[in-house]
Design a protein around this ligand. Sequence first.
Ligand code: FAD
Length: 394
Amino acid sequence: MQDRLRIAIVGYGAAGQAAALFLSAQGHALSVYEQAAAPGPVGAGFLLQPTGLGVLARLGLHDQVLAQGQRIERLHGVNRHGRRVMDMCYADHASACFGLGLTRGSLFTVLRDAYRDAPRIHTGVCIEALSEDGEHLRDSQGGVHGPFDLIVVADGAHSRLRQGVSQQVRRQAMYRWGALWCLLPAEQWPHRTELRQRYGGTREMIGLLPVGQRADRGGHWLTFYFSLPGEQVDAFDAAGLARLQERVAALWPEAVPLLDGITSPDQLHRARYRDVVLRSPVHGRMVFLGDAAHAMSPQLGQGVNMALLDAEALADALAATPQVDVALQDYRRRRRDHLAVYQWMSRWLTPLFQSDHDGLARLRDVAFHPLSRLPLARGQMLKILMGTKKAWWR
Ligand SMILES: Cc1cc2nc3c(=O)[nH]c(=O)nc-3n(C[C@H](O)[C@H](O)[C@H](O)COP(=O)(O)OP(=O)(O)OC[C@H]3O[C@@H](n4cnc5c(N)ncnc54)[C@H](O)[C@@H]3O)c2cc1C
């Protein structure tokens, strides 16, 4: 049994929220720091895979997220000529299997409400660095916090604390592509249980994912996303919105009425992604979780799953031994192979959907769907989708 540890959690996104729940249940003394003055969800909605649902079940939150979200049975994507590029059903893996479309707000609220000490989170505190003794944290106002036996770094893809451990960073490049995304009312949308995508070569991708209810309003909702080169995401303005609406009309006329309520570029969130690979997620008393450790492009829809699995694995490693350094090495081993497979795949698959390489779109459109019909390849693709692929050879 682990002694009661003094643990800092930096960042209250999915990774930090799940870590707070697992580690507080083990009786540790937590100090949670979040830079936002009023912590809340960022972005629209996402697809949670069966692996992530399994972690929420362990936290006792499975039924709550099921009640908020939308069961997704099928992923379906066609190119601008209507040719099928992707068509995968969860039930082909196992009849009870499904993904869950969920708004960011729903997940945030369910995880926050389950954390008894949520009112004691240190909000509006931007942690900038680890102090020289390796036990304290410094914030942007010069405040010092600690000492801590363990520091859980969950400050996201653009992690500040990661900049202080450059020797551990193998990659942290920005992708050239990003996306605009928002929630749209889903009442008129007929494909309630499907993630639908439309591809215009590799340069344009539109997605519509049913995500169930919003924490703050009734009705059913969809996450809409539109991928663009990063500089266009950064400079997105009224002219950019008019162009986006034109391109949706050209590529996917059925989706045009959904955008009726979008009149200002500020109604769309902007997302840029990084490809982060660390030599080790452990550095002294610090352990990096979630996007801070392994941000990837959202192409495989695994980031929230990974963050939840990280938090669960860290708690299990800490429960197995009273020695923090041994537990952290155990944590690294528990997550290493699974993460390596997804980091590699995400890096190599992303250009098939977001890049300037038109030839890749032709190859994808000809080969992807026929390949996915072959029994062996299909089984592997379904495992990848569900987040269960742990090594190449298994
Ligand atoms: C367009 C898009 C679509 C996606 N779709 C999916 C999907 O379908 N399925 C899926 O599983 N994943 C998806 N993802 C990925 C997923 O959103 C991320 O992997 C996940 O949110 C990572 O969680 P996190 O807690 O590690 O980081 P974050 O959610 O980024 O949380 C980090 C937190 O740390 C705080 N913070 C940052 N710096 C500091 C600091 N210095 N001090 C204190 N606090 C700080 C931030 O304010 C934030 O609250 C998508 C991502 C994008 C951009």
